[in-house]
Design a protein around this ligand. Sequence first.
Ligand code: GDP
Ligand code: MG
Length: 164
Amino acid sequence: SKPFVAIVGRPNVGKSTLLNGLAQRRVSIVEDIPGVTRDRIYCNVRWLDKEFTMIDTGGIEFRNKADQIVDGIREQAELAMEEADVILFVVDARAGITKDDMTIANMLRRTGKPVVVAVNKVDSENLEMEVYEFYSLGLGDPIGISAVNHLGFGDLLDKITEGF
Ligand code: GDP
Ligand code: MG
């Protein structure tokens, strides 16, 4: 079967926008657990001669209380750890590195799985310098993208599919 790529990251960094931008075809929406909004969205993505399935675990991260946001992020990362061949960690160039980004980065590093860092919302050239800050996550070369404008997708897909 096709390799799995899981998208993780805190709310509002642009995970869903990115998934929609990369997807050729939405495969399915599964699991709506009562009390927990947990729609897991699977998409097929083709890049050159490669194909993979991308999972957006995004629905689980939104809670009212601050402590539950952290729980949601952890749950998301755990799902990614179990199932993913590659983890796509999305961060926000406009926001810079936040405490939650660091928490997620630490969890992802412990998985031992390949992690690709996508620095989203790099919509213009003057935001390109902001990408370098994200080297300090300790997860390799961050790739600047704009999910809205479909910028940087080629470099991102090259990196994601490197080992496929
Ligand atoms: P998610 O919570 O991580 O799934 O984030 P969403 O995909 O729902 O996006 C959150 C907000 O960020 C929305 O208002 C998007 O329009 C916006 N957004 C997503 N990608 C970009 C981008 O590349 N540039 C800018 N400027 N905004 C973006
Ligand atoms: Mg989302």
